[in-house]
Write a protein that binds this ligand. Structure first.
Ligand code: CP
Ligand code: NVA
Length: 303
């Protein structure tokens, strides 16, 4: 693998992503059959959080426990990234104590700065721009549910945000087409769309949810206002009304489509409760697969 870090799916080749997925599948099987190995015995992961978390925090910590190591949770007030001391010094100090650094940050450049100065692997636990751990777990879920990834169509409904960006960086590379439906003004980053278009499968950005879900095998949505956008949340609601996953919208997709959401969800906004919790919803499999996918990342990078 070219990169020792896991900061962006844009840094990884198709083969790299498959190596993570194969390892995740294997580790999941070992865990379910009681054959887990302590691959990271006595190793420590530092977890830096500038934003709240349920899944990321708990799944990384549990993952380190399964692998025989330990994780340290650093709250925003503990280290005050960039305020109390520089990101460079934090990376250098943590590298002397720990075997890996996972960080959830606002600016993506903070992760790049951590990676630049860290001697140990840096893992992106979400930035304003990308959420690669989420998409690795989601790809594992799609693979399990559909027995393949190549040839499927993903319909992204909603904000062209960090989770959408990571999908665009990975899905076409693995042979999936992507149709993003978002309100005007909320499109994903042009450069990431251009990157996604290089791999062959169709990539499109449209402004109509029905158009995007036609023939889709996977429907995906996320909150309309991400963490850090609280001030514009009310204002965004008006623009996003036609971009909800409802029972009616789901009927227009492939009949065996699965419905995904990274969570946390707002059931009165981007997705209807009965769809997310219904027979086609796979939201809790996704949440579980964060654990297995991240164990693969840590096992492959931190051993
Ligand atoms: N999906 C996700 O990253 O959840 P948390 O924000 O709870 O970590
Ligand atoms: N787009 C969301 C994802 C949360 C897991 C956010 O950044 O808040």
């Amino acid at each position: 693998m070219k990169s020792k870090h896991f900061v962006s799916l844009g840094d990884l080749s198709r083969d790299d992503i498959w190596t993570f997925l194969d390892t995740a599948k294997q580790l999941k099987l070992e865990h379910k059959t009681g054959h887990s190995q302590h691959l990271l015995k006595d190793k420590t992961l530092a977890m830096i959080f500038q934003k709240p978390s349920l899944r990321t925090r708990v799944s990384f910590e549990v993952g380190m426990t399964h692998l025989g190591g330990h994780a340290i949770y650093l709250t925003p007030s503990d280290i005050q990234l960039g305020k109390r001391e520089t990101t460079e010094d934090i990376a250098k100090v943590l590298s002397r104590y720990c075997d890996g650094i996972m960080a959830r940050v606002f600016g993506h450049e903070i992760l790049e700065e951590l990676a630049k100065h860290s001697d140990v692997p840096v893992i992106n636990g979400l930035s304003d721009r990308e959420h690669p751990c989420q998409i690795l777990g989601d790809l594992l879920t799609v693979w399990e549910k559909k027995q393949r990834i190549e040839g499927l169509k993903l319909a992204w409904i909603g904000d062209g945000n960090n989770v959408c960006h990571s999908w665009l960086q990975a899905a076409p590379k693995l042979g999936m087409s992507v149709s993003v439906a978002c309100p005007k003004g909320f499109e994903p980053d042009d450069k990431i769309v251009e990157y996604a278009e290089k791999f062959g499968p169709k990539v499109e950005v449209v402004h109509n949810a029905e158009e995007a879900v036609s023939k889709a095998n996977v429907l995906y949505t996320d909150v309309w206002a991400s963490m850090g956008q609280e001030e514009v949340a009310e204002q965004k609601k008006g623009s996003f009304k036609g971009f909800r996953i409802t029972k009616e919208l789901l009927k227009q997709a492939n009949p065996d489509a699965i419905v995904m959401h990274c969570l946390p969800a707002h059931y009165d906004e981007e997705i209807a409760y009965e769809v997310a919790h219904g027979p086609q919803g796979v939201i809790f499999d996704e949440a579980e697969n964060r654990l297995h996918a991240q164990k693969a990342i840590m096992a492959l990078l931190m051993q």
